[in-house]
Design a protein around this ligand. Structure first.
Ligand code: RAM
Length: 919
């Protein structure tokens, strides 16, 4: 009896101990933390299991979803009670409860069982449903389809004044919940009783408004007051009113004058409801402080025109107009499922100098994207003018030639009321320097703050190494990538372009996914791309197609398929593949029907865009030995895309399609080799690195010839380019992996760490703090020379993580459920350290080489395993935490593979050591 008691006590202790040690974190619904107003009816739930022990694997879970927090607390999952499910799945578990209705609030939690004990119930998380059908909307679109005398409404540089709307209404006591659903186009700000609602800026995310219009949802329960209330909204142009560029109507899409749709729903404790909607009972003015606004040209704010209290009940709106009921923009109204933009960071300027009396130049120390906030004191009517640029001219003035005709000018007119603090709201600039004119006193650094604006997504990756050039390139990439996220991935943030070009992100999106949790942004972008598809099946080069570029090439539109593959590999997102599969197939068929001749795709547009030119002044090379034939690029890419489609067909259980894609690949590779391959010299076409690399990397090259083709690539780089890059936007997407994974990591490292032309390090040596559009960005023609583009990165960031740090999702285990940890160790690089937050938690890898000794600290998140490749002559050389690795817990010796000892490791922290046999 006593021993039984003892056993029971012991068991309790063990369970208790386990319960404390296994924890659940980062509960997410549709990859978002506590999202409000979603419109996915089968949302996918994910969580992270953590614990200090090694080798934690989830064996089962139980999810509860309740309609109230009280029910959840009482363990009553009235919406869904999954029961104990034996499964190791902790990412994208599809909701399988009662059908979810519009407006439903869902509170959820879960517990898990693992190989190392069970968890307690997690802390609760929540999501809410948005308005799922068009019948849920009673609101009407309102606006004013004309300009005002002070607007330059339809000129080349038209900047409308912002439009203000307001309405007062009364509510009863005992509000249970109030929710606002709003779409204000191009961009809106929302106010209730004088208080700004939410921290989003430049919302909603842009779309082709003829196809989709996104709305945002806010819980405004606490912003309402008993009795009278006032609601207000301000509209800016954004991408909706783009008359500014309407001098090229064949090229640029504009959608009309700004308009808003807003619905505020109040739910009382007694079960009754009240709905306040936009209609012609609202009041309207365009005569407020924001005199002009435009994404490209800037914002002008006149504080003397402020309307104190304009979104409160006390305001007298008798002078305001009645808005018009206007036509709906046409697109389907949908919840914005990607993160809203916010001010994500603030930075202080590092220097200021006077250019001439009354004009100063401010240096932010970093090429950034967002706006400048200023603090200023002066007389009513004083005007401060701000102009922005990425670089300076030799005389210290702004260099604006590369902005083309974007005016990038903000103007603030003072009201003369003590210290005034201001920043614009309907614009962003890409800049490092600001020219300040008319500042009333001598400005000091403390008067300014740079506010960095981009999508509110988490930074997920860090990287440092013993090489300062690599580290600075990484930093430049980090600033460039985030600055160009604007609800869609832009090419650049500063000149009169700012377009979501597909080709720039083909492999870029993949590299970026190691630094940023960009899953939702890119899932949204795939929707944009699908919406831009023509009846016939064409996909444009820019999507949303604000620029009407349907040039029918393969390499730019092919990003559609490459990005879907990235979402699958990095985030285990099958839904995007399923959603877009038919459109992708349709596009490939369209291209085949129109442009494939004898299994060669004949049409191309941009070539291997931006190969390093032979002269420091040229934008594009004129030397035909540097450029690669368009049809070769198109056909090789088409082949690659087919192999991804074959894979997608497998995932979606479409064996017939898979067979057809495979058969077509075979025909194409035969034709390709016949047309471009010289088997005697083992060269493709004119023997550029790109021409040889694509067929080699894509497995078009006959197996027996691969070494010889690779040898040609290496020779070309070493002998003709002396260890420098010679590929453009296309070739560079495969270059660093292509070299490293065939044993030439030293050449890859040399390219990555060079500081002379052409290289990423050359940009660093010239003081760049972002990545340039051109390899010779400091000397080339300004007509196409942004200093904040990310397309030249190619696969560099993928290489940083997968190859240098050795953090890669193991093939066949999408989304990092198994991590392949196989760092390459280039001669001369002494250490590398990276962390990457996967859907399971942090993976980290930190290795160093010291006098023939290799030390490697690794962290593997719970519910994953890793294949760990340790450099060693044999397994016996490998130690873990000071002891023979073969005796360590959590790891299993698998085999020797070349100069690596391969172990399988469960989750946990490890310190591996071994002896290095460096040449
Ligand atoms: C430029 C863009 C973009 C590129 C196209 C082809 O205008 O900046 O980066 O994709 O050209």
């Amino acid at each position: 009896m006593r021993s039984l008691l003892l056993i029971i006590t012991l068991l309790c202790q063990v369970t208790l101990l386990s319960a404390q040690n296994i924890q659940l974190q980062h509960l997410r619904c549709e990859m978002l933390t506590n999202p409000v107003g979603i419109d996915v009816t089968t949302p996918r739930l994910s969580w992270e299991v953590t614990g200090a022990q090694r080798n934690i694997r989830q064996t089962a879970y139980e999810v509860l979803v309740a309609s109230t927090p009280q029910k959840l607390a009482a363990n009553e999952g009235d919406l869904w009670s999954s029961g104990k499910i034996n499964s190791n799945r902790s990412v994208h578990v599809a909701y399988a409860g009662k059908p979810l209705q519009s407006r439903a609030a869902c509170y959820w939690k879960l517990r898990t069982w693992t190989t190392q004990g069970a968890s307690d119930w997690s802390a609760p998380a929540q999501w809410s449903m948005g308005l799922l059908t068009s019948q849920d909307w009673q609101a009407k679109w309102i606006g004013m389809d004309r300009g005002f005398p002070w607007d330059s409404a339809e000129t080349k540089f038209s900047r409308l004044s912002a439009r203000y709307f307001r309405k007062t209404f009364a509510v009863k006591a005992s509000i249970k919940k109030a929710t606002a659903y709003v779409s204000g186009l191009g961009w809106y700000e929302l106010y209730l009783n004088g208080q700004r609602i939410g921290d989003q800026v430049l919302a909603p995310a842009p779309t082709d408004y003829r196809r989709s219009v996104l709305y945002n949802t806010f819980d405004v329960t606490t912003a309402l007051q008993q009795g009278n209330n006032a609601i207000g909204t301000v509209l800016g142009n954004g991408r909706f009113f783009t008359m500014r560029q309407a001098y090229k109507p064949y090229k640029i899409r504009t959608f009309g004058y700004p308009k808003v749709l807003l619905q505020l729903e109040v739910e009382y404790t007694d079960g009754t409801r009240q709905t306040i909607v936009t209609d012609n009972s609202w009041k309207f003015t365009a005569d407020g402080p924001i005199r002009t606004n435009n994404e490209y040209d800037g914002e002008e704010y006149d504080a003397t025109k402020e309307m104190p209290g304009w979104s409160t009940t006390k305001f007298d709106d008798s002078q305001w107009l009645q808005p018009q009921l206007v036509e709906a923009p046409g697109g389907q109204i949908k919840a914005q499922m990607n993160e809203r933009m916010r001010v994500m960071e603030t930075i202080r300027p590092v220097g200021i100098h006077s250019l001439k009396p009354g004009v100063q130049i401010l240096d932010m120390g970093q090429n950034m994207v967002g706006w400048l906030q200023l603090k200023v004191k002066g007389k009513r009517g004083d005007q401060v003018t701000l102009r922005f640029a990425e670089t300076l001219q030799p005389d210290g003035s702004l260099y604006v030639a590369n902005l083309r005709d974007a005016k990038v000018t903000d103007v603030y007119t003072l009201k003369g009321d003590g210290i005034e603090t201001w920043h614009p709201v309907f614009v962003y600039h890409g800049f490092r320097y600001v020219e300040i004119t008319g500042y009333p006193q001598a400005p000091s650094l403390n008067d300014f703050e740079g506010q960095v604006v981009y999508d509110g997504i988490n930074t997920t990756g860090t990287f440092t190494s013993s090489d300062t050039t690599l580290n600075q390139i990484f930093k430049n990439a980090y600033w460039g990538i985030r600055g160009n996220y604007k609800g869609m991935p832009l090419d650049c943030p500063q000149r009169n372009e700012r377009m979501p070009w597909l080709g720039d992100r083909a492999t870029g999106a993949y590299g970026e996914s190691f630094l940023f949790d960009n899953a939702k942004l890119y899932a949204k972008w795939l929707d944009d791309i699908e919406e831009s598809q023509t009846e016939a099946g064409a996909i444009p080069d820019v999507a949303p197609a604000y620029w009407n570029y349907y040039s029918d090439n393969v390499t730019w539109p092919g990003t559609y398929i490459l990005v879907a593959n990235m979402l699958y590999e990095q985030f285990d997102d099958e839904v995007s593949i399923a959603k877009h599969y038919n459109s992708m197939k349709r596009w490939l068929a369209y291209m085949r029907g129109k442009y494939m001749k004898d299994y060669i795709v004949t049409k191309d547009k941009y070539g291997d865009w931006c190969v390093p030119p032979e002269s420091l002044q040229l934008i594009h090379s004129r030397d035909s030995t540097r450029t690669t034939e368009g049809a070769l690029l198109a056909t090789a890419y088409y082949y690659r895309l087919l192999s991804l489609m074959e894979r997608f067909a497998g995932i979606l259980h479409q064996p017939q399609d898979a067979k057809e894609f495979a058969a077509l690949q075979e025909k194409i590779s035969d034709a390709f080799n016949k047309k471009y391959f010289n088997s005697t010299t083992a060269q493709y076409s004119n023997n550029t690195v790109t021409a040889n690399l694509l067929p080699l990397y894509f497995d078009i090259t006959p197996a027996a010839k691969r070494d010889a083709v690779f040898h040609n690539i290496v020779q070309k780089i070493e002998q003709e380019y002396h260890g420098h890059i010679s590929t453009g936007v296309i070739g560079t997407q495969w270059l660093m992996r292509g070299l490293s994974r065939r044993g030439q990591q030293d050449i890859a490292y040399q390219m990555a760490s060079n500081r002379d032309y052409p290289s990423w390090g050359y940009m660093v040596a010239r003081g760049a703090t972002t990545i340039w559009e051109l390899w010779n960005g400091d000397t080339a023609n300004p007509s196409m020379n942004s200093h904040n583009h990310i397309m030249l990165l190619g696969d560099l960031l993928v290489w940083y993580y997968e190859d240098l740090a050795g953090i890669r999702s193991a093939p066949g285990h999408p989304g990092f459920q198994q991590v392949l940890m196989k760092p390459v160790l280039p001669t001369g690089l002494q250490s590398a350290k990276a962390t990457y937050h996967t859907n399971y938690g942090d993976v980290s890898s930190s290795w160093k080489k010291e006098a023939g000794h290799f030390t490697w600290q690794v962290h593997i998140p719970a519910n994953t395993t890793a294949l760990v490749y340790i450099p060693a002559a044999n397994a016996a050389q490998v130690k873990e935490s000071g002891k023979a690795a073969s005796t360590a817990t959590g790891i299993k010796w698998l085999r020797m593979e070349g100069d690596r000892a391969v172990f399988e490791a469960g989750s946990g922290d490890y310190v591996f050591e071994s002896v290095l046999n460096e040449k």
